[in-house]
Structures are given as structure tokens and as C-alpha cells.
Design a protein around this ligand. Structure first.
Ligand code: PLP
Length: 393
């Protein structure tokens, strides 16, 4: 299977982890030798309720027996999509009430950028250095990491970059700006939280110049930071909220939400201002709905903050320079990329899944399922500390 994987499935890295998956359950993934791996990554923040959560599986199975794809986005009334959009609205500030469902995070970013341009009649987009928003052309245009996009130029014109958390740079946001797009917590950059009321200041500046604020919650969203969405921690409500990853409960999804007034602009000049065939797919929406219900009706969000404290208590070592992030979106920073690589690879050998961040080579990603137990946290952190001890000798 490994040689077929390497030969027939297009590879974008010379060193994929190449674990052959047999099945997965709760906080564990099992390989084809039936070795259990404790999952501290959750499919890169995409399985907030762990693997094969019974409520999610049940919702999917029930929908499978009714209907799959029946019509392109937005024509027919399909209960799972309507209920998902309604439950999102119920849990969001009142201005964020209308949701457009798509198939991936990057596609939701594309929709949000288009909406900002359509709403303002302006073309300039401001993004942040070291930002990651996805890999299609529009999203890549607002990626703040030149090395990864140089080969694909020309990209979108009129994109400018500011430094995240730098207040002086906010002057670059002007009456020419259609939208400012930021990750609420910068992910690929190393799990960088906004500091000193930064997002509030961005919000104020956007209001002053009539630019729309787009917050990318594809990683921090859906309960990971102790609130349903990260922005609730920072007293800043976006004009357009972008979601993905964990919202699908392990199924592919993206979504962008705005006021009805804004979103209705996509009906006019031009009509069909955004189109998708599969967006709002009933099986995926059923999975997302079950996931969102469980996260909003349980105490998983509050527990995320308690679990963060347990991680912070356990992750103390001379080779751990910092633990960044919030809730169950944490990154260990080691002194070097080499140490980070050794820890991730040796932990995998020892039955613990960790992963990298895109642009911070010294970071080790810890984004477990929100359902992870305290015992599992202790077990995984013990493996990390044991490996660090071996490297430290
Ligand atoms: C902050 C952020 N935005 C956008 C995306 C793109 O999402 P997708 O991979 O579903 O297109 C990601 C994916 O890692 C992300 O972390």
C-alpha cells in the first residue's frame, strides 16, 4: 500500500508521515498493525469530537438513508443545511445571521473576499504577514509568506500586508480598503494571540474608513479556545466570519457568515454572486449540525480551558521555550527545528500523534479533540517529556 500511496497519490512533501490507517475511535487512530496512536492533532483541528463520535456517525447514517446531493446550492430547502445555518445564527452575535455553506476553508475565504469587494466597491485587501488562509488563488494571494506563493504569481492585485499586533500598521487601512482579513489567532505563524486589544483597534479602524473586517476562524473556531468562536475572547465582532475545519465534525466544509444585508448583495449585480454545486451538502451539513449541537449543549468549551491548564502544568522542560495559544489550540516552541522534528517523529514511533505548523519550524502543534480526557492528556504529555529527556541528555 505504501508504494502505491507514493506512486499514485500525488505527493507535495518528500517525507509524508505515511501511517497506514485502519480505523479510528475517540482520541485514537489505529494503523493496519493495530497499533494505537493517541491523537494530539485531531486531523489538524478538524475533528473536535474525536473520531467516530456516535452522535455524528448517527446523524450521518440517518441522512444517508434519506438523500445525498439533490440540487446545486441554494435552490431546494434541505433541512440539515437550514438547521445548521439557523443554529449558527442562534449562537452568534445578531449581526451575523446569514450563512453561505461551501466545501472547504479556502473556498469560504474566496467567498468572503468577494463579498467584501462587492459590498464596498473597492478592490484593496489588507492581510497580515505570516497569515495562512488557504491554497486557492485568492486565499493564496492573502497568504503572508512569499516563499510559498512566489512560484504561482501573478496572484490577486491590490493586496497589502500589515504586521499582526502592530498598531502603527493600522494606518495602512484606508478608504481604499475593501476588507481586512485576519486570523483571530494566527495559526501557521505559531499560534499568535492578538495582544493589547489589537482586534478591537482593527475593528475601530475598519469602521472609521468603511472597510469590512473578515475574521478567519477556520482553526480557532468551534469551541477550541473556550468560546464557540475565538473572537468572543477579544471583544471584536467581524463583518464576515469565516469557518471550516472543525465545523464539519470530520467532514469537508467551509462557511462564511455575515448580516443578511451584506449577504443579500450576492443576489444582485451580478445575480448568483457566488456559486457552488456541493456547498450545503446534506450529509455534511448533518454531521456539522450534530457536532455544533454537541459542542454548544455540552460543557466541552469550558473544559477546553481546564485542559489547557493541565497541558501547561505538564509541558515544562528545559527544551520547551514557550507554550503558545489558547484552550486546546496550543503550540510548544522548542529551541530548534531539528528538536521539533525529532520530537514529532519519535512521538509518532511511541504512539503519540503531533504535527508541525506551516511557517514556524520550531513549533509543535497540539490541537487534540475537545473530548480528550485528562488521563489521555497526562499519557501524551508523559511521552513528550520522555522524548525531550532523551534529546536533552
Ligand atoms: C486559518 C486557516 N484558514 C484557511 C484554511 C484553509 O482551509 P482548507 O484547508 O479547508 O481549505 C486553513 C487550513 O489549514 C487555516 O488553518
Amino acid at each position: 500500500m505504501k508504494s502505491d500511496f507514493l506512486k499514485y497519490q500525488a505527493q507535495t512533501t518528500p517525507h509524508p508521515l505515511a501511517m497506514e490507517v485502519s480505523h479510528a475511535n475517540g482520541s485514537y487512530i489505529y494503523d493496519t498493525n493495530n497499533k494505537a496512536y493517541l491523537d494530539f492533532v485531531a486531523g489538524v483541528s478538524a475533528t473536535p469530537l474525536g473520531h467516530n463520535h456516535p452522535k455524528v456517525i448517527n446523524a450521518i447514517k440517518q441522512q444517508l438513508d434519506k438523500y445525498l446531493h439533490v440540487m446545486v446550492y441554494g435552490e431546494y430547502i434541505q433541512k440539515p443545511a437550514v438547521e445548521l445555518a439557523k443554529l449558527l445564527a442562534k449562537n452568534l452575535p445578531s449581526a451575523l445571521e446569514s450563512t453561505y455553506l461551501v466545501n472547504s476553508g479556502t473556498e469560504a475565504i474566496e467567498g468572503a473576499l468577494k463579498l467584501a469587494k462587492r459590498a464596498t466597491g473597492r478592490s484593496e485587501i489588507i492581510s497580515a504577514n505570516n497569515a495562512y488562509h488557504g491554497n486557492t488563488m485568492g486565499s493564496m494571494s492573502v497568504m503572508g509568506y512569499e516563499e510559498r506563493k512566489q512560484a504561482f504569481r501573478p496572484l490577486l492585485p491590490d493586496v497589502r500586508f500589515i504586521n499582526f499586533n502592530n498598531e502603527d500598521d493600522l494606518e495602512l487601512i484606508t478608504t481604499k480598503t475593501a476588507g481586512v482579513i485576519l486570523e483571530t489567532i494566527q495559526g501557521g505563524a505559531g499560534f499568535i494571540e492578538p495582544q493589547n486589544g489589537y482586534l478591537e483597534k482593527v475593528r475601530k479602524r475598519c469602521d472609521a474608513v468603511g472597510a469590512l473586517l473578515i475574521l478567519d476562524e477556520i482553526q480557532p473556531g468551534v469551541g477550541r479556545t473556550g468560546k464557540l468562536f475565538g473572537f468572543e475572547n477579544y471583544n471584536c465582532i467581524p463583518d464576515i466570519l469565516v469557518m471550516g475545519k472543525g465545523l464539519g465534525g470530520g467532514m469537508p466544509i467551509g462557511a462564511f457568515t455575515a448580516s443578511s444585508k451584506l449577504m443579500n448583495l450576492l443576489q444582485d449585480k451580478p445575480k448568483l454572486g457566488h456559486i457552488t454545486t456541493f456547498g450545503g451538502h446534506p450529509v455534511i451539513a448533518a454531521s456539522a449540525l450534530a457536532t455544533l449541537k454537541e459542542i454548544t449543549e455540552s460543557n466541552l468549551m469550558a473544559q477546553a480551558l481546564e485542559k489547557e491548564q493541565l497541558f501547561r502544568k505538564l509541558l515544562v522542560h528545559p527544551l520547551i521555550e514557550d507554550v503558545r495559544g489558547k484552550g486546546l489550540m496550543l503550540a510548544i516552541i522548542t529551541p530548534s527545528a531539528d528538536i521539533t522534528n525529532s520530537v514529532i517523529l519519535q512521538c509518532q514511533d511511541n504512539g503519540l500523534i503531533l504535527f508541525w505548523l506551516l511557517f514556524e519550524p520550531k513549533a509543535i502543534r497540539i490541537t487534540p479533540p475537545l473530548t480528550i480526557s485528562n488521563d489521555e492528556i497526562i499519557k501524551g504529555c508523559t511521552i513528550i517529556i520522555d522524548i525531550l529527556n532523551k534529546i536533552y541528555k
